[in-house]
Design a protein around this ligand. Structure first.
Ligand code: BTN
Length: 247
């Protein structure tokens, strides 16, 4: 991965650029990266703050030979790859909040946005949007995300070399996405579980259609979150936003 890197100083968002390149046939592992996004986007139509020179704002094109229903697992694959990269380079172990957030000490360090180009039965491309807060001071974050976000610099007390971290993450992303295609999700699930801060917690689940509370009991071999409701019934959650509740 990273043989082809498209670098721009400023983009509205790296995602549409990567989508366009993927449609034009860009190779697996092609990366679009910029110093600053003016319209960075997160999941659920939320904005993503992407301050100039502070973070890693990139989109990586994956082309796994899998059916579209397996696409969500790649968010978990990417979460493991990023967690490993951060651990190697910053010497700090992040936690993964299902499905796609990396936290340190409860504060958000990374968000992943997986978007799909697919036929009904085959994935053509996955556009993995990765945002990592690297060298921000608290003043670099807008007021409204103080108390939610943190950076690697704030957590480690030192400046992190973004190029080194990018290289490490791309290495792991290639390694684990190949492993997924060869061996399936199981070996990666074990890694994912070792970083998880979700399983065993009381959580609030917000999906497109409902909000409920329960206990996160497991992820399945397909990356689906199992939540036990107060009445004992277990629910499968395929896509949602969750909040960890302190109990
Ligand atoms: C989330 O936590 O909601 C996902 C955030 C994803 C942010 C990254 S930054 C690079 C890429 N370009 C975007 O506009 N978003 C993703």
């Amino acid at each position: 991965f990273g043989e082809t890197i498209i670098f721009e100083e400023t983009l509205a968002s790296t995602q549409p650029v990567a989508h366009q390149l993927a449609q034009e046939g860009a190779k697996v592992g092609t990366v679009v990266i910029c110093e600053e996004q003016t319209l960075g986007r997160g999941r659920m139509q939320r904005p993503w703050q992407s301050q100039k020179g502070k973070g890693i704002w990139m989109s990586v094109i994956l082309r796994p030979d899998v059916p579209p229903y397996e696409a969500p697992q790649f968010t978990l694959v990417a979460a493991v790859a990023i967690a490993k990269g951060i651990e190697d380079v910053a010497g700090i172990r992040p936690q993964i909040k299902w499905p796609n957030d990396l936290l340190i000490d409860g504060f958000k360090i990374t968000g992943i946005l997986t978007e799909l180009q697919a036929d009904p039965d085959r994935v053509n491309a996955l556009i993995m949007g990765i945002g990592i807060n690297v060298n921000h001071t608290m003043d670099d974050f807008p007021e409204e995300i103080h108390g939610i976000a943190t950076s690697l610099k704030l957590q480690t007390g030192r400046e992190i070399d973004r190029a080194v971290l990018i290289a490490r993450i791309l290495y792991y992303l290639e390694y684990y996405s190949n492993q997924y295609v060869k061996e399936g999700f199981l070996p990666i699930k074990k890694e994912w579980e070792s970083y998880s801060c979700t399983i065993g917690q009381t959580i609030k689940v917000t999906t497109l259609t409902e909000v409920f509370y329960g206990k996160a009991v497991a992820i399945t071999n397909d990356g689906v979150l199992k939540v036990q409701l107060p009445d004992g019934e277990t629910k499968s959650v395929y896509s949602a936003d969750i909040e960890l509740k302190k109990d």
